[in-house]
Design a protein around this ligand. Structure first.
Ligand code: ZN
Length: 409
């Protein structure tokens, strides 16, 4: 379901953000990436070797911490019979906790997409590039570069281009044979061109129609051929509807695909935030109406509406970073739930002392839970657009479009 996929993506993003901020006091943070093809025993042997080498580390604390990290990973590895289908990532070590203090950290991640290369690093930070790339790789585009001599098909997956087919045309050269009239010659060329476009179209249908998550088709080439190809019905109507645009490229081979990606990147960036902008516009339209129409914003108002089942669509900023905490105060007996910024300590609203925390949850997860039980749809809004930034800065990161006006019901 789209909703839980959104939540999973959000949680993953959040986790990476936290990990990016982890700093080691020394080179004592281990990043280990295990691709699905690796055998657990191979990884264990690799770690044995690293463990032996780490005994040479001069600093006593660093040595102790690195050895602890390797032991800890080896221990966790034993709990797996085999490497899961997307591989495993271990991020383990001691992070700096201010002054001379260090705090152990240990993360075992089953990534949302397969790990491609084995990597072991011991540094004062975690290596997250492979994981971060997975966040970017969410949309697939079909790529076609074409002129009258050649066409190449490929897919764009995040920043990765896969070349799928290369076709050369059999359109005859410029020299007509003796006895042919110029007119007849032209006619034959047009027929050959049509056959060639048709062949490219058929191949594109074959490879792109089955492509899961295809978001659009980009067409490039040096001349007018790409436009002819895009406008006529060589592509299946489902694909034709998905044409994002045509772009000039100098080549029609593999390097043409790369040019196409580069020349279309601005358009693609815009495209991904168009949906978010449209959703925010709907909210602003309501907001502009007398007494706010069906708009609702701010945590308390949104929460109330949500709990009454009055929210049609919940808009949550990706910049929202708060915890929902259930507490009990030993000093005055007060208990309840509060929302606090991640880096703030909790104070009892009645007496000001620090209460016991009964449970805590990221506010976004909590909102997803509540929304789920009322069939409310949720949209995560990035801060990449002006509208998205406004949601965070002017509306506290939470807004909603209501099913009905709340009034005094
Ligand atoms: Zn209290």
């Amino acid at each position: 379901m789209a909703r839980s996929k959104d939540l999973a993506k959000y949680e993953f993003k959040k986790q990476l953000e936290e990990l990016r901020n982890v700093k080691g006091r020394a080179t004592e943070l281990i990043s280990l990436y295990v691709p699905p093809s690796r055998r657990i025993s191979d990884v264990t042997n690799y770690l044995k070797n690293e463990y032996a080498q780490s005994s040479n580390i001069k600093s006593r604390t660093t040595r102790k911490n690195v050895m602890w990290a390797i032991e800890s990973i080896t221990g966790r590895l034993k709990t797996f019979k085999e490497v899961p289908e997307n591989g495993l990532v271990f991020l383990v070590g001691h992070k700096s906790g201010g002054g001379d203090m260090t705090v152990p950290v240990s993360h075992v991640i089953e990534p949302p997409e397969p790990i491609s290369t084995f990597m072991y690093r011991c540094d004062s930070r975690f290596y997250l590039d492979q994981l971060e790339d997975m966040l970017a790789e969410k949309e697939v585009y079909g790529l076609i570069v074409i002129d009258r001599g050649e066409a190449t098909l490929g897919t764009l997956n995040g920043k990765r281009i896969d070349v799928l087919k290369n076709i050369e045309s059999r359109i005859m050269g410029k020299h007509r044979q003796g006895g042919q009239s110029a007119q007849r010659f032209e006619r034959l060329i047009e027929i050959a061109a049509h056959e060639y476009y048709k062949k490219v179209g058929d191949l594109a249908n074959e490879v792109f129609l089955g492509e899961e998550g295809l978001k659009g088709v980009l067409i490039g080439g040096p001349g007018a051929t790409k436009d002819t190809f895009a406008e006529k019905d060589y592509l299946h109507h489902e694909l034709k509807k998905m044409i994002v645009g045509t772009f000039d490229t100098g080549y029609t081979d593999e390097s043409g695909l790369r040019e196409l990606m580069e020349n279309a990147s601005k358009t693609l960036d815009d495209l991904s935030i168009v949906k978010e902008k449209t959703l925010m516009k709907r909210f602003f339209e309501e907001l502009r109406k007398p007494d706010g129409g069906l708009s609702c914003y701010g945590e308390n108002e949104v929460r109330t509406a949500l709990e009454r089942g009055a929210v049609d669509m919940l808009l949550i900023s990706e910049g929202l970073s708060k915890l929902r905490i259930a507490f009990t105060c030993d000093d005055c007996g007060e208990s309840g739930s509060l929302t606090v910024a991640v880096d703030k300590t909790l104070k009892c609203p009645k007496c000001g002392s620090e209460p016991d925390i009964d449970s805590e949850q990221d506010i976004v997860n909590e909102m997803f839970d509540v929304a789920d039980s009322y069939g409310t749809s949720i949209e995560m809004i990035s801060m990449d657009s002006e509208e998205g930034e406004m949601l965070m800065k002017a509306f506290g990161g939470l807004a909603a479009i209501l099913r009905y006006r709340m009034g005094d019901t």
